[in-house]
Design a protein around this ligand. Structure first.
Ligand SMILES: [Zn+2]
Ligand SMILES: [Zn+2]
Length: 187
């Protein structure tokens, strides 16, 4: 599966052309503050429309590299959210009649959800808990991963003892008991 996304995904110029074409099909100007970009942190969502001070369409490169034919429908979908916001504000429903009408005018089926294969893209559930105990004062904190970037509020940067348990209520209880024991044993 040596698929390089750069070989498959549209270039910036191609994206800009598509955006212009879609906006043209709606008779709309491109909003000055609109940005369209890839977001490598997206997992199973094909894209998202960010409606803040700046307007931004973010597209999922993992998913769209697998399904290049879904690039245009996804871009239209997210741009339609942007234009509904520009034209009507936040009142309309996300996938309501205004959005559906824009989808149709750009030649797309107004489907709210994509049906692309998301195998392997779901966020992995973290299976463990990690108790971090300051070796100085025995203060403790529990994280879902090993953290090397933490410092003790009292002792500052220093060494931490790290204990692992399963991410279950029992595992949590075990770590809490262990933390209490260490504290009792004194610092
Ligand atoms: Zn949507
Ligand atoms: Zn400490």
């Amino acid at each position: 599966m040596g698929l390089d996304w750069k070989d498959v995904l549209p270039s910036e110029e191609e994206i800009a052309e598509k955006v212009a074409w879609i906006l043209g099909s709606w008779g709309c100007e491109r909003p000055a503050c609109l940005e369209v970009r890839w977001n490598f942190r997206l997992r199973t969502a094909a894209g998202r429309a960010v409606l803040e001070k700046d307007l931004r369409v973010e597209l999922n490169p993992h998913l769209l590299a697998r399904h290049p034919e879904q690039f245009l429908p996804t871009l239209v979908h997210e741009l339609a959210h942007i234009m509904v916001f520009c034209l009507y504000g936040r009142t309309p429903k996300a996938h309501g009649s205004e959005w559906q009408s824009l989808m149709r005018r750009a030649g797309q089926d107004p489907q709210a959800r994509h049906s692309m294969n998301v195998d392997g893209l779901r966020r992995k559930r973290r299976k463990f808990l990690y108790l971090h105990v300051c070796k100085g004062c025995k203060a403790n904190v529990i994280y879902r991963k090993v953290r090397r970037d933490i410092a003790c509020g009292a002792c500052g940067p220093g060494e931490f003892l790290i204990l692992r348990s399963s991410a279950t209520p029992e595992g949590l209880e075990l770590l809490r008991r262990k933390a209490a024991e260490l504290k009792m044993a004194g610092g």
